[in-house]
Design a protein around this ligand. Structure first.
Ligand code: 5GP
Ligand code: MG
Length: 183
């Protein structure tokens, strides 16, 4: 399985990340913002986003993993690390690399919402709307992508390709959900 067509170059990503940060700040809050990054896929995106968000932005990371059942893309989402962060009264921005079925984002949104934050917004670098199974509000999205397996800029395939500076699609065939690292 090789890396296929480049969808977004490093320059395109850098420009879009800066635009997203400006959009996030334009819509408020001006002050302290708590970013919750979802490991591991969102780590690169969060780090770049932070450089542009400015203000008093802090970042925490939680781990999310989902268990596939047969060919079903994902079932239960398990979260790790939520207990460490106190989000009561905070303005929170949940950041993930990609929204696929929407289950991860929905689970994190629910967990964060239960911690009494002042506001919760969501941001994904990539959105694959054709695969959505759960309705979840996405307040900020970088790019829309087709129904293909995406790698690079933090997104991996079986631990590989996270280090690519650009975003590409894997060559066909698309890996089954069981093969996805889903992190
Ligand atoms: P969802 O819960 O929306 O189905 O899936 C979200 C998670 O699955 C993402 O955080 C990401 O870790 C993983 N994922 C979904 N689609 C892709 C993809 O095309 N490429 C990679 N590398 N990971 C993906
Ligand atoms: Mg992920």
């Amino acid at each position: 399985m090789g890396v296929g067509r480049v969808l977004f170059t490093a320059d395109q990503i850098a420009r879009r990340v800066a635009e997203l940060a400006a959009e996030i700040r334009r819509n408020g809050p001006d002050g302290p913002l708590t970013v919750i990054g979802i490991l591991h896929g969102a780590a690169v995106f969060v780090n770049d986003l932070l450089k542009h968000l400015g203000g008093e932005t802090s970042a925490e990371f939680i781990e999310a993993s989902s268990y596939g059942a047969g060919t079903v893309s994902s079932g239960r989402v398990t979260l790790k690390g939520c207990g460490r962060v106190d989000l009561a009264g905070r303005d929170v921005l949940i950041v993930d690399d990609i929204a696929d079925t929407g289950r991860t984002l929905a689970a994190v949104r629910q967990a964060v919402g239960a911690m009494g934050p002042r506001s919760v917004r969501t941001c994904v670098l990539l959105d694959k709307p054709s695969r959505r199974q759960i309705g979840v509000a996405i307040d900020y999205r970088g790019f829309q992508v087709p129904d293909a397996f995406i790698v690079g800029y933090g997104l991996d395939y079986a631990g590989r390709c996270r280090d690519l500076p650009h975003i590409a699609r894997l060559d066909e065939p698309t890996p089954s959900p069981r093969e996805r690292s889903n992190s």
